[in-house]
Every structure is written in structure tokens, then in C-alpha cells.
Design a binder for this molecule. Sequence first.
Ligand code: NAP
Ligand code: GDD
Length: 321
Amino acid sequence: MKKALITGITGQDGSYLAELLLSKGYKVYGLKRRTATPNFENIKHLLDQIELVPGDLLDLSSLINAVKISEPDEVYNLAAQSFVGDSWAQSIYTGQATALGVANMLEAVRLVKPSARFYQASSSEMFGRVMETPQTEKTPFYPRSPYGVAKVYGHWITVNYRESYEMFTCSGILFNHESPRRGLEFVTRKITDAVAKIKLGLQHELRLGNLDAKRDWGFAGDYVKAMWLMLQQENPDDYVIATGETHTVKEFVEIAFQHVGLDWQNYVIQDEKFMRPAEVDLLLGSPRKAKDKLGWEPEVSFEQLVKTMVDHDLEKNRVIP
Ligand code: NAP
Ligand code: GDD
């Protein structure tokens, strides 16, 4: 039986990846940092099938211990301070977790189980002020936030461990991917949760920042399949994972409100508070290499994604307003 260690198991991607690996017969270990109150919302249905090991990306000895306990064939490093918006207010911490945390995890693997295959959750935020469109594995990076800068370090240290120690390390440059398990602070889930609450009479307005930003949005369940595929190849490599379509925040808003029969213009207010000091205006990825080499393709369309998230939030807010 193959064994996998997932950091960030309580997050959106960690939960979908754990489901995928369990369905393939893996023994799944999840790194879990201490929190004062439980945060098992995304993995509560999996708790009796996975093993949680204590640890924090900032604490190397806990990571060494986690690798010793799990003896993994594959390590998926998904943990990070992942919210771009907060990365200005917590720029040092973001660097410690999202950049140096990767080095800590790689060191733990190198010291304890260097033969384990390693996946790093890199990001399209590394392209930032994009140097070309669509963005590919060869597009130069120009990050626009402390988060993006930290991810560039994470990407290159992953490449460096591959080249320095001949470790099987892959960097997946994933464009935005969403789901009903997305954190409520990200724009897609903030919108679908608000639309549901407005429809149910529980909220009266939705305050947003930049409506013109364009993102290449896919479904998280599709994207974790690409992570797994990367680690099944003969050689380690880096891949862009994207849909190849881009949409504005405004388009997302329009479809979400339309889906419940409301006109967004009656509810959405632009608020400076949600504007970023430096914005990423346009992301559009080319999934060409992933298609050719991994045989990976996204299955859920943009419209389906928006509607599924709204339907989920309607149901959730009906039960627990
Ligand atoms: P998420 O929902 O925010 O999950 C982040 C996970 O990291 C949570 O389980 C969190 O634990 C854990 N974590 C944070 N700091 C930690 C620390 N110091 N030590 C140990 N664990 C820590 O993020 P996601 O959307 O699933 O994304 C997964 C990864 O992919 C992240 O690295 C993100 O930056 C990257 N990424 C995401 C996207 C996207 O569109 N979703 C695109 C490209 C790259 P708690 O539950 O305790 O907070
Ligand atoms: N969060 C948020 N809240 N974003 C808003 C709002 C708002 O009220 N109004 C407009 N936006 C715009 C942001 O300025 C940004 O241009 C866009 O919506 C998307 O913001 P987020 O959903 O917060 O995601 P992100 O693109 O910054 O980052 C996500 O994708 C990256 C991959 O490109 C995160 O998942 C990162 O972890 C990931 O690496």
C-alpha cells in the first residue's frame, strides 16, 4: 500500500486530495497544526480513514517527526499562508510559512526519506504583472504581493533540491481553483455565500474590491488529480495547471446573482477596503504541457463551478443561517 503525507490537509485542496488518494488505496497521513478550536469542516467525513500527525511548517523538528511517522512514498506540500490579501499585513509570517516552510519540508524529506516524491503547491500569483499571455512554464515571474514573492522562493527551492540532490520534486503552478470548500475570504466563495444569504433575506449588500480583475478559475477537484499525476511520471518536472479561459470578477458576480434570479447591480457596492496595494490584473494559463504530458484536462466549466458553489451555499445557509 502506498503512503502519502499531505500538509495543509484541513484546507480546500488537502481535503480533495485526501479523498482522491484514499480512492486509489493509499494510506493517507495529514499534517495538522494546533488550533485552539477544531477546524475539521473540510475533512470531518474522512477523519476515520486518515491519520493526523502534529506539526507546523515553521517547526522543522515536527516535520522531521511527521516524515518519520508516515514514511511516505509521496509528500504533497499544500500548507501555506494562502490568502494574498492578508500577505501585506503579515508579510514576515507569509515569508516564514509560504517560502521558508517549503525549505523546512524539503529538508525533513531529504534527511529522513529522500526517495519520497515531493509535490510543491506553486501558484499563478508568481506571474503577477504578467510578462506574456497566456502564461506557460517558461513565462518569467513578476510577483505582485508578499505571497507571490514567497511562492517564487518555494518554486525555486523545489527546483533546486531536484537539481542538487536528485530528489523527485515537482512544482505545480496552479491557477485559481475553487469549490464549495473554498475559504470564505476568497472572492468566489465570498460572492456565492453572499448571494445565498441575500436570496434568503439574511444579508442586504455585498462589498467588493476590484471587479475588473481577471482570473483563470477552475474546480479544485479537477486540480488535485493533476498533482497526483505529476508524481506518477517517470521524471520530475514543473507544470502549469489551468483551464485556458479567463473571466472577470464582475462576470462571476453576474452569473452568481442571475442563478438565483437577482440583478447584481442592486446589491454590489465597491469598497476601497478590499482593493489591494498592488493588483494582479490578468491571469490566463496554458494547460498545453499538462494535457500533452499528463493527459490532464479540466472537467468542470466556469458556469458550472459558479452555479455549484451558489447551490451549495443556498443549502448551507438554509440549514445554518
Ligand atoms: P487553504 O484552504 O488556505 O489551506 C491551507 C492549509 O495550510 C490549511 O490546512 C492550513 O491549516 C495549513 N497551514 C497554514 N499555515 C500552516 C503552518 N504554518 N503549518 C502547517 N499548516 C499550515 O489553501 P488551498 O486553497 O487548499 O491551497 C493549497 C495550497 O495551494 C496553498 O499552498 C496555496 O497557497 C496553493 N495554491 C492555491 C491555489 C488556489 O486557487 N486554491 C492556487 C495556487 C496555489 P489551518 O486549517 O490550520 O489554517
Ligand atoms: N478576496 C477578495 N475579496 N478578492 C477580491 C474582492 C474581495 O472583496 N474584490 C475583488 N477581489 C479581487 C482581488 O483583488 C483579486 O484580483 C481577485 O478578486 C481574486 O482574489 P482572491 O479570490 O482573494 O484570490 P487570488 O487570485 O488573490 O489568490 C488565489 O489564487 C492564487 C492563484 O492565482 C489564492 O488561492 C492563492 O492562494 C493562489 O495562489
